[in-house]
Design a protein. Structure first.
Length: 242
């Protein structure tokens, strides 16, 4: 186990029946950093995240969080340890109000006691949510739904926030605003994992990056030391990654 990481993935393999979706993946997510996991559709990004969160069962390998082995734990237990995820597709409960969605995020005993404080933090981070607190989530714009999904994940007071494809289908100006909010979250001490398809944005906003191709890590390192062209070559499976 790598003791330097808040979360460490070691030699993880995940299968869907006879198909191996994740091949011997190892990653280290340093405490306090923003880490990008870059890959195209079908690269295995969501499968990896779901394995970390206990949704997918790993065939082999281990996942450690703050030095504890969390491999195979229930998702609720993993969240209780301090990991939360904003899933792909800005998933919210459409028939519930913004307020009700947020309250659901504070289901753990600790956050539940601080619910009002956490709500104010969420509203401060994403002001449109306060304006629409009583409105059903189904009437929110795409960007506002994404804000709500992230804010709901933060209601559990995570030490590690995983954001899966938070820019998907959103206008560039909205994406820039949301990413600036993610930076604000990180500055409060929350470690952030950004799972993205867009190479330049991933490198620009992160401290460390990993490139995932066909379920394998093919590149990783400090984001400002990685060459954007080489990352794109890896991303598109050029040369040795084909």
């Amino acid at each position: 186990m790598n003791d330097n990481g808040l979360l460490t993935v070691e030699s993880l393999n995940v299968d869907y029946g006879d198909f191996r979706a994740i091949h011997d993946v190892s990653m280290c997510f340093p405490k306090g950093a923003i880490i990008s996991v870059i890959g195209s559709n079908g690269a295995g990004k969501s499968t990896l995240l779901n394995a970390i969160m206990g949704v997918n069962k790993a065939r082999s390998g281990r996942v450690f969080f703050e030095g504890d082995d969390i491999t195979g734990l229930r998702t609720s237990s993993i969240v209780a340890k301090g990991i939360s995820m904003s899933p792909e597709g800005s998933s919210v409960f459409e028939n519930m109000s913004v307020y009700e969605n947020l309250v659901l995020g504070a289901f753990l005993p600790g956050p539940r006691k601080k619910r009002d404080i956490l709500l104010e933090r969420a509203y401060e981070l994403f002001p449109p949510l306060k304006e629409k607190a009583k409105q059903q989530a189904t009437f929110l714009s795409g960007g506002q739904r994404q804000m709500l999904a992230i804010a709901r994940a933060l209601m559990s007071e995570p030490k590690l926030l995983i954001c899966d494809e938070i820019s998907l289908g959103l206008a560039p100006v909205v994406v820039s605003d949301i990413y600036s909010r993610i930076t604000d979250v990180n500055e409060t001490g929350v470690t952030v994992v950004l799972v993205e398809q867009e190479v330049k944005r991933s490198l620009d906003y992160s401290d460390y990056s990993y490139v995932l191709v066909k379920g394998r890590v093919v590149m990783g390192g400090l984001s400002d030391e990685l060459d954007e062209k080489e990352v794109k070559d890896a991303y598109f499976g050029i040369n040795q990654y084909a």
